[in-house]
Write a protein that binds this ligand. Sequence first.
Ligand code: BGC
Length: 362
Amino acid sequence: MRAIAARPGSSEPYFVDAPEPPEPGPGEVLCRTLELGVCGTDREILASKQPWTPPGESHLVLGHECLARVEAVGDGVTLEVGSLVTPVVRRARPSADPGMRVDMLTFGDYVERGIVEEHGFSLPLWLDRPEHLFLVDPGLKPLAVFAEPLSVAEKAVNEAIRLQTARLTPETWSDPPPRVLVTGMGPIAFAAILAARCRNWPVVIYGRDADDSPRAQLAQELGAEYLPADRAAFDQHDSFTGGYDLVLECTGAEEVLLAAAHVLNARGVMVWLGADRVGRSRSLNLANAMRRAVVGNHLHLGSVNAAPRDFADALQHLAQMQASHPQPMAALISDRAPFHDALAQYQNRNKQGVKAIVQYEK
Ligand code: BGC
């Protein structure tokens, strides 16, 4: 069988021959990939020319957003053959602190399938353990591949809620709800809109697209207000209450992060969800953002990956939005390629698309 891989020294994705997995042993599940999401992380792994290959291997099989079907189970597994599942990305290494939530582990204490030292789900067949799989309702099949990116946004929101209720009052952000600003227009930004709207929070999305672009339209159909960057004028903002209580920063661009810091309210939270892996550094005046952070008791929160709680929320919220907004939710999956034609999705991005997926034959 073939899988989509990255290798050191090359930025080109390629098809690699991979052995079929053996029958599942006790406690194991054999899964078949039905749909695979392509994401910015895949493209960054390729662009780096330095994938984290599994020890002793010459390549990394890509793929960490996946909808799969259970093909066979080993002894002691209660999952039914034929069930739909979606796997989590990160798994603790045996050396990791067992008391630490997996998504909070430090680099070196975990592997990530398709990202860090373990092959991913572009393999048509792979083995896993049930504790890494979430059951998917058959009705959610068309959207379930979006559960993993949504879990990342859900974590940001869940962490922010916990921190705010801990440092303020248990009722914080229930009535009135927080005003949310999402910066960016990629898949995580759209996921952030869903995480906010499912909680009935008002949300504004800030991006560089024209008002009438398909992505700006889609964001509005999902219930967000669109704020184009050229009309934002964040630097002229001087109130501590007329801005946003929660900023979900999804661009990874320091200019945008700093611009958004100008409109973070007192006691506000900004969660950093994007990061520029290349780490380009620019000389920027941080003084105002720092002053506001100090005087406003801001919390700047970096967030990566997702806890089981966030994955469960993602699946529930996808179903909720599918029921309330069926058309725009379907439009989130903007590009589809059959497996044999998948490589182009890793090399080119549809600039007005949200999520590109690879569809497997069986
Ligand atoms: C994935 C996360 C992962 C992160 C860092 C993201 O694309 O969605 O689950 O932890 O990359 O590797």
